[in-house]
Structure formats: C-alpha cells, structure tokens
Design a protein around this ligand. Structure first.
Ligand SMILES: NC(=O)c1ccc[n+]([C@@H]2O[C@H](COP(=O)([O-])OP(=O)(O)OC[C@H]3O[C@@H](n4cnc5c(N)ncnc54)[C@H](OP(=O)(O)O)[C@@H]3O)[C@@H](O)[C@H]2O)c1
Length: 282
C-alpha cells in the first residue's frame, strides 16, 4: 500500500452524501470500506463506487447502527479484516417522525444518530491511535444550533418528543462528542472534526409525510445542493492536507465556523459522554 493511500471507513455509505463521499475518496486512490445495513443495497453501492471511481479498492461491511450488538459486530469484523484505520467517517443518520425505541430500549434518533457514532468510534479508537496520523469525521448538522440537551430526558422518556427536537438534539450531541474526542485525543495524532454538509437533496427527506412530498420536491430542486456537493465537506475533512492537525472544530463549506453555545459547554459535554458510555455499556 502506498504511503498516501488511506484506509477509510464510511458509515451510511449506501446513499446520499455518504455514497458520494465514497466515490470521491475512492477516486483519490484511497481504500474505502463502505458500511451499509442492507446487503443487496450495499453491494449495489460498492459496484457504483467502483465503476464511478474506477477503483478496485472498495469493500464493505454491514451494520444496523440502531442496534448496539450490530455496532459491536461491525467493530469486531473490521478489526478481523483490517489492521489499520486512517479515517473514520461517522455519517449514517435519519429523522424519525414518531417516537419509537430500538431493541436496546433507546429512542431511535438518539440511538442511531448519536450512540451509533459514539459506540463505533470508541470501539475503534485504539486502532485509530495506532494508525496515527488519523482522523475522525463526524457528520453533524446546522440543526445542532437549535438542539437542547436534557440529560434527564435524553430520549424524551418523560415526554416532549418532536421529530425535529430529537434530530436537533442528536446533532448537538454529535458536535459535543467531537469536542470531547478532540480533548481526549490531544497529542495522540488523531483529530476529530464535525461538519454541516449543507442542505442536501438526499433520501433523508423521504421521511416527510405524503402531503408534504410535492413541496419537498420543489425545495430540493430550488434550494438544496446536490449529494455530490454535500459529500465534498466529508471528503475535505477526511483527506485534505489543509485540515492536518486541526481538531475539535465544526466546519461548513470547508471553513471552521463557531458551533452552538451549548455545544461549547464542555462540562455538559463530559456529562453527555459519561451518560452515553453508560447507555452503550462501555
Ligand atoms: N441531507 C441534508 O440536508 C443533511 C443536512 C445536515 C446533516 N445531514 C446528515 O448527513 C448524514 C447522511 O444523511 P443523507 O442526507 O446523506 O441521507 P440519506 O441519503 O438518507 O443517507 C443516510 C444513510 O444512513 C444510512 N442509515 C440510516 N439508518 C441506518 C441504520 N439504522 N443503520 C445503518 N445505516 C443507516 C442509510 O442507509 P440505507 O441506504 O440503508 O437507508 C444511508 O446510507 C446524516 O447523519 C444526516 O443527519 C444531512
């Protein structure tokens, strides 16, 4: 393997910005390990990336990030197959219109969008450190600015669930986790940065109710950027020499930007870390 060729794990690689970033990273000559949850869809994604990037170095693993046992199995499968990890791209995510719980008994949005990232990153942390210089890329969102954090009602067990509230909270948790990771990894040669990809015309909007679908279609056409453009911020943070050594930052359009005031509350960030570690039994 050439010194410049990185081994990059991309979650949520079967569609949207994860798929496009996989194409971009494979085109740059890196080995890309795409993570999907449905085998047939993932195989189609691998074929597409290989074809569009003219690359033979595209592989895959399967995981349902809403299920902790599945995340643990992914980490074990990755370790069994690969002895290094240069870049971890945490990207798999979704919006849930109704409150529901995973088989671990945790609210879907928080479990998938935050705890999925949290558990996988922690299970692969030592491999990243061993592969230093290495990077962790966290796909958060501009929605994190509106996020609230109630450690006593993280999954809206005591009520108050709204789809956007839960999504915003999970994305705020992404930025807080990124900052906590950056503190823990200081001096270890591994950076952690979060990003907003832009408002991107991807499958994430398919969750909109049927009556809103025509409006969403118009918004997508007129106001949203393409998945290719959205993928560029992931790709930039994953491999650009411009971000070498930078850590604990939140990027939009390839520029660091101030994150939410709440996200900068590092004491709260540490409480969230401890609570998350307990919820995933680390
Ligand atoms: N689109 C936007 O405007 C926007 C803005 C800000 C942030 N983001 C963030 O960008 C990330 C990617 O979203 P996207 O816009 O590219 O949406 P997308 O096209 O719907 O892609 C989401 C990806 O996550 C995967 N995924 C969903 N649930 C999963 C689960 N339980 N286990 C494993 N994988 C799962 C999907 O797999 P399947 O293909 O199997 O469904 C898909 O690969 C998300 O974290 C989202 O919050 C998006």
């Amino acid at each position: 393997m050439g010194a410049a060729m990185k081994t990059i794990l991309v979650t949520g690689a079967t569609s949207g910005i994860g798929l496009e970033a996989s194409v971009q990273l494979a085109t740059q000559g890196h080995r890309v390990v795409m993570v999907g949850r449905d085998e047939q869809k993932t195989l189609r994604g691998v074929d597409e990336v290989k074809r569009r990037a003219s690359s033979g170095s595209v592989e895959f693993l399967l995981c349902d990030f809403a299920v902790q046992a599945s995340v643990r199995a992914l980490a074990a499968a990755y370790r069994a197959k690969y002895d290094r990890l240069d870049v971890l791209v945490n990207n798999a995510g979704a919006v849930f219109l109704e409150r529901g719980v995973t088989e671990d008994g945790l609210e879907n949005t928080f479990a998938l969008n935050h705890l999925g990232y949290f558990l996988l990153t922690n299970l692969l942390l030592d491999l990243l450190v061993k592969s230093a210089p290495a990077r962790i890329v966290v796909v958060a969102s501009g929605s994190h600015y509106k996020g609230t954090m109630d450690l006593e009602n993280l999954g809206y067990e005591k009520g108050g669930f709204t789809a956007m509230g839960a999504y915003e909270r999970s994305k705020l948790a992404n930025v807080m986790m990124t900052r906590s990771l950056a503190r823990r990894l200081e001096g270890k040669g591994v950076t952690a940065n979060a990003l907003h990809p832009g408002t991107v015309a991807t499958g994430i909007w398919a969750v909109a109710p049927w009556w809103a679908a025509p409006v969403v279609a118009v918004l997508k056409r007129l106001f949203m950027i393409s998945p290719q453009e959205g993928g560029q911020t992931l790709t930039y943070l994953a491999t650009s020499p411009e971000v070498e050594g930078k850590s604990g930052l939140y990027f939009t359009r390839n520029q660091p930007k101030a994150c939410a005031r709440l996200a900068k509350d590092d004491a709260l960030g540490e409480q969230l870390w401890a609570r998350s570690a307990a919820l995933v039994k680390l």
